[in-house]
Design a protein around this ligand. Structure first.
Ligand SMILES: Cc1cc2nc3c(=O)[nH]c(=O)nc-3n(C[C@H](O)[C@H](O)[C@H](O)COP(=O)(O)O)c2cc1C
Length: 431
């Protein structure tokens, strides 16, 4: 099949700098050799260079001081908190999702429930690893939110403010919303095609993101009128996230953002037998976020990045990764898979706006360790190490042939023993 990029007239972007074909010849080697050789030379180079790693990014023409973006949700609900995000140094802010008629949005409380690992001494109050919400989009009047966008852009003209928008399946409504939002001076728009809960009967959020025909049509309406960059925020609650991502990009969206929350039921209270979060004795499935979703988000982002790399290469298309980021290392993983920016939502709810300073410092530590000067130096570099299971088998057989002398792992399932079982398991773990 011809690549979409060659059959459609799309704006050029998405250069996965340092993709395998662009890496210096010395890097086009086996993974193990890459790590060993590179770290040795990096150490030498790092000791020679005292330059601070540069975290600035330029995405769809938007210049940010760092790749860390407030993800749409409570951390971008009003003027006060968005101002706080800019003051603390976030690279960009995506506001809480707005629609034309906030009167239709009625939230309940409590609307969050958390999952913890067991604490020390078996206490139930260990680290929070999962967070479920049944929160809807913004329940504040659109007029109020627009006024605040305008004020923020007046006060922070050089900072990137992105509106998140969602509407019913109605062309006029989308056009009106886009026109009114753009008048405030926002730098870009993220389209919420992904909220997993609430209002599917109005064909909003994930109801559109899960239906490629609807999605293509709505993206066509949006890109027919939008004059600022448009990012389509995708739902993970679908078998193959690359399909709607491809449709959104082919319909003119400048970028894709993933993932929104994962459909979940947080748990059942075993004393009361009622589900959580419990509202008047009842609950409804919600969206799961935080650390526990990070591996799932990495998987979805990897799939989207691969698709973009093969079908939208060298076009002005971007990827914003979201899901369970709390450390610079979490962010580095997303960037290594090809993300241009990294969004954080629940992490801010748990650790506050000052988290960005830790994220920047940890990301710089990672860059120093590998002697990366800029984000582009390592963006997408790890994508090349994903392949099919069949190819893993072929590579392993080849490696075994070459390393016959070194015994590592079991050669066959018949070799497992009872006594050495744990050690034998460990011998086949990679981390
Ligand atoms: C309480 C809460 C409210 C959210 N509201 C929105 C929203 O209005 N629009 C949206 O696009 N995503 C919303 N999200 C999803 C987040 O932006 C993000 O995609 C998801 O939570 C995964 O990232 P995280 O683990 O960093 O939170 C919300 C998430 C949470 C936890």
């Amino acid at each position: 099949m011809a690549s979409l990029s060659s059959t459609l007239n799309l704006k050029p972007k998405l250069s996965f700098k340092n993709s395998i074909s662009e890496l210096p010849q010395s890097f086009k080697v086996d993974h193990v050799i890459f790590v060993n050789k590179a770290s040795a030379s990096f150490k030498l180079a790092a000791s020679l260079s005292s330059d601070e790693p540069d975290l600035t990014v330029s995405v769809n023409g938007l210049k940010m001081p760092n790749p860390f973006v407030i993800g749409s949700g409570p951390p971008g609900t009003n003027y006060t908190v968005m101002k706080r995000a800019f003051d603390e140094g976030w690279g960009a802010v995506i506001a809480k999702t707005v629609s034309l008629d906030a009167a239709k949005v009625i939230n309940v409380t409590p609307r969050y429930a958390r999952l913890r690992v067991a604490g020390t001494n078996g206490s139930a109050r260990g680290q929070i690893i999962g967070w479920q919400n049944i929160e809807l989009i913004s329940d504040r009047p659109l007029e109020t939110m627009l006024k605040e966008f305008k004020q923020l852009k007046e006060e922070y003209p050089d900072r990137i403010l992105i509106a998140s928008i969602m509407e019913e399946y109605n062309k006029d409504a989308w056009e009106e919303l886009i026109g009114r939002v753009e008048e405030t001076g926002v730098d870009a728009m993220e389209i919420n095609f992904s909220c997993p809960h609430g209002m599917p009967e109005r064909k909003m959020g994930a109801a559109v993101g899960q239906d490629c025909d609807l999605l293509g049509e709505v993206c066509g309406w949006i890109n027919g009128v939008a004059t600022v960059p448009v990012w389509a925020k995708m739902t993970p609650n679908i078998t193959d996230i690359t399909q709607p991502s491809r449709v959104a990009l082919a319909s003119g969206c400048e970028g894709v953002a993933a993932i929104n929350t994962i459909m979940s039921v947080m748990g059942i209270n075993l004393d009361t037998l009622h589900p959580e979060p419990c509202v008047e004795g009842y609950s409804t499935p919600g969206g799961y976020s935080a650390k526990a979703v990070h591996p799932i988000a990495l998987g979805k982002v990897m799939n989207i990045a691969k698709m973009m790399h093969s079908e939208f290469a060298n076009m002005d298309r971007s990827l914003s990764a979201i899901g369970g980021v709390e450390t610079g290392a979490d962010a580095a993983e997303f960037i290594l898979l090809g993300a241009d920016t990294v969004q954080v939502c629940t992490g801010v709810m748990m650790h506050g706006y000052g988290l960005v300073k830790q994220l920047c410092s940890e990301l710089k530590d990672f860059m120093r360790k590998h002697n990366f000067s800029t984000i582009e130096d390592f963006r997408g570099v790890s994508l090349q190490y994903f392949t099919t299971h069949t190819d893993l088998v072929r590579r392993q057989q080849e490696a075994i042939r070459q390393r016959k002398a070194i015994k590592k792992g079991l050669q066959s399932d018949k070799d497992w023993t009872g006594d050495g079982f744990v050690k034998e398991s460990e011998s086949m773990v990679s981390n």
